[in-house]
Write a protein that binds this ligand. Structure first.
Ligand SMILES: [Zn+2]
Length: 101
């Protein structure tokens, strides 16, 4: 079951919209935004992190996308806590993140 989801969704090239089988579309959006921030250039460099530093953002984003798909991975606790904070901000009427964040 779990393996089936992973073969259907490419976490290294995730779709913008939550794919079928996504258990947490809101978390997918958060992780997808992070993925976008740490996209690779043609040369393989992260567009956000300085070149001398290893990019941790894309790995973190990948774990977030996997968590949204219902998988338990290394950074799942981080993402679940983060999504909970963002959800409560949204419920208080604050915009979660600007469209350009
Ligand atoms: Zn990065």
């Amino acid at each position: 079951m779990t393996d089936q989801i992973l073969t259907d969704v490419d976490l290294d090239d995730p779709p913008t919209d939550p794919p079928a089988g996504c258990e947490d579309p809101f978390l997918w959006e958060l992780a997808r935004r992070k993925f976008e921030l740490h996209r690779r250039t043609g040369a393989g460099d992260c567009v956000t992190c300085p070149r001398w530093r290893r990019c941790g953002g894309s790995l973190l984003a990948r774990d977030g996308l996997a968590t949204a798909m219902g998988l338990k991975v290394r950074e799942s606790p981080y993402w679940q806590a983060f999504a909970q904070i963002m959800r409560s901000d949204r419920e208080r009427g604050q915009p979660a993140l600007g469209p350009h964040c």
